[in-house]
Write a new protein. Structure first.
Length: 389
């Protein structure tokens, strides 16, 4: 007679979707140590949350909207936001970048990402997104975001010889113009990496002006400090007349967003008045297989009036000179603006395929936002996306 055994019962952990305020800081720190910051502690998490609330640009003093998914008392999914003021061309509105979707590896490819993002989005009156990964694009679209398309990229080659000698060819195919890829390949095979007449091979214009900027009657200052708040606010009042929608780039925003050793600033003044500001993320050696061995920086932001081409050109040239002075091989910019695009192309920046998609969601039926990407003032530093390749 066989031995009868009771059936094995497998219970799934209880899933809860919660506001991060309801979750102990120690539980959040444990999650961060697994996916992001090995040094995170409950105290550091609690301190960061208090500081973020105090600095909230959208709703001062309010906890930054953040949601988590908890399974059996363990945080397994997380999504937060970056508060900003959004400019519609006439008026400022509080808004958020939806940012920081993270799921523990063993819970990916399931519903956790959708659940945590859905809860967050439901709490945001209006939000914008810059994202690279196709799965995240589909998630945002499913939650009602309008996908406005891919933000174009532009590349400034600072050291053509190093690019020609170090860049792997296969990853460049389809990302740089075909003539550029063929030229780099020819240079690598022949060893002819020198530049003749300020060009690289078959007519690709090299950057010959980065060593000495023509100031065109303007004062150009390169430093690791932002101009004064009064100057920044004055510049924003000039630049916002351009009619684009986008993040309010005043002194409060710029001081929070670009506060660190990673960034350098090019200030352009005319008669002592700040007319343009370029923000450069310091070049760093890349580990991505597509650009391994190259040192690439970012033109993270550019604030200049639409009709002030002279100051704009000086700022773009100053950004390239600053990046080259820091040992950069190339500088990457992203923008859908035709105006900024013209500035970049006149200074020999090369169009390359974009990788950032921009999405918008507005819950107020009385409020509408531009539906064409070119109507938005976007730069690579928006949404803290200047590190994305």
């Amino acid at each position: 007679m066989g031995v009868r055994s009771d059936p094995i019962v497998v219970t799934k952990p209880k899933i809860q979707v919660l506001d991060a305020v309801a979750v102990p800081a120690d539980a959040l720190a444990a999650f961060f140590r697994e996916v992001w910051d090995r040094e995170a502690t409950g105290e550091s998490v609690a301190t960061a949350r208090r500081q973020a609330a105090a600095a909230n640009l959208a709703e001062p003093g309010v906890e930054v909207p953040t949601t988590v998914v908890v399974a059996a008392d363990r945080v397994v999914g997380y999504c937060s936001s970056l508060p900003v003021q959004l400019w519609d061309g006439h008026v400022e509105h509080p808004g958020y970048w939806a940012k920081g979707l993270m799921v523990l590896p063993e819970f990916r490819n399931g519903p956790i990402g959708y659940l945590v993002l859905k809860e967050l989005v439901g709490r945001l009156r209006r939000s914008v997104v810059l994202t690279v990964a196709p799965p995240s694009v589909r998630l945002f679209e499913a939650l009602g975001y309008a996908n406005l398309g891919v933000v174009p990229n532009y590349l400034c080659v600072l050291r053509p010889g190093r690019l020609a000698s170090r860049a792997p060819l296969d990853p460049l195919t389809g990302r740089l113009p075909e003539i550029a890829v063929r030229t780099v390949g020819l240079a690598q095979r022949s060893g002819l990496l020198g530049l003749a007449g300020g060009t690289i091979g078959l007519g690709i214009r090299a950057i010959t002006w980065v060593g000495g900027i023509s100031r065109m009657g303007l004062e150009v200052d390169r430093t690791n400090r932002l101009p004064s708040p009064e100057e920044l606010d004055g510049l924003w009042l000039l630049a916002r007349r351009s009619g684009w929608s986008g993040v309010v780039r005043d002194s409060r925003y710029l001081g929070q967003r670009y506060d660190g050793a990673r960034y350098h600033f090019v200030s352009v003044r005319d008669g002592g008045i700040l007319r343009a500001l370029a923000v450069v993320q310091a070049p760093r050696a890349q580990t991505d297989e597509r650009v391994r061995g190259l040192s690439i920086g970012s033109l993270s932001d550019l604030i200049v009036g639409r009709d002030d081409a002279r100051a704009g050109v000086a700022a773009v040239r100053g950004a390239a000179a600053a990046a080259r002075g820091m040992g950069g091989d190339a500088l990457l910019a992203s923008t859908p603006s035709r105006w900024i695009r013209r500035l970049l192309l006149t200074q020999a920046w090369i169009p390359v395929p974009g990788n950032l998609r921009f999405l918008v969601r507005e819950s107020d039926p009385s409020r509408s936002w531009p539906t064409h990407l070119e109507q938005w003032w976007l730069m690579r530093g928006d949404g803290e996306s200047d590190g994305a390749l």
